[in-house]
Design a protein around this ligand. Structure first.
Ligand code: CA2
Length: 160
């Protein structure tokens, strides 16, 4: 008589894809149309494509957004609380002015990466201070569109 086959207890846990929210602030919708010597020739669509491709490689999901309105950016940050695994933000001009975006980001427990296409510290004095830096785990600046790719790769390392 055959003895019953006793299998060890196996628990398979399927990990969901990590979700990354990428936020872009005012005027970045016009990227690629002006001041290419500062911001490069890539459009925001090109940047989004680069982020999606990089994220796919690391089995992560990207939600890529842009708004010209501070309150909308804050609503999106609040929606991200307990819903995303990482945030990448180029707050554009709000970087240097927005206590409210700083406060909203502070409520997140996931890692935050601040990205700038240019290096604001080498530009006008009013761009030298950032309200985002104190709440960010990493700051990537002056790398053009590649900086976004580096930010996705940083989060892939930290999260996965
Ligand atoms: O270098 C960056 O990514 C900035 O966040 C861009 C902001 C600027 O205020 C920050 O100091 C640094 C400006 C975004 C303007 O976006 C445009 C880019 C090209 C063409 C038109 C608008």
């Amino acid at each position: 008589m055959l003895s019953p086959l006793v299998l060890p207890h196996i628990t398979i846990i399927k990990k969901n894809m990590s979700k990354i929210l990428i936020l872009n602030g005012p005027n970045l919708n016009l990227l690629g149309t002006r001041e290419p010597e500062i911001y490069g020739h890539d459009t925001l669509k090109d940047v989004e494509k680069l982020c999606v491709e990089t994220a796919q490689h690391h089995k992560m999901d990207i939600d890529f957004r842009q708004s010209n309105h501070e309150g909308i950016l804050i609503d999106w940050i609040q929606e991200a609380i307990n819903n995303v695994d990482g945030v990448i933000i180029n707050a554009a001009g709000y970087t240097h002015t927005s206590v409210s975006i700083h406060d909203a980001l502070k409520m997140l427990t996931c890692p935050i990466v601040e990205v700038h296409l240019s290096d604001p510290e080498t530009r006008e004095e009013f761009r030298h201070f950032s309200y985002i830096t104190p709440v960010a785990q990493a700051v990537i600046k002056g790398q053009g569109a590649q900086g976004y790719k580096q930010a996705v790769e940083f989060l892939a390392k930290v999260i996965n």
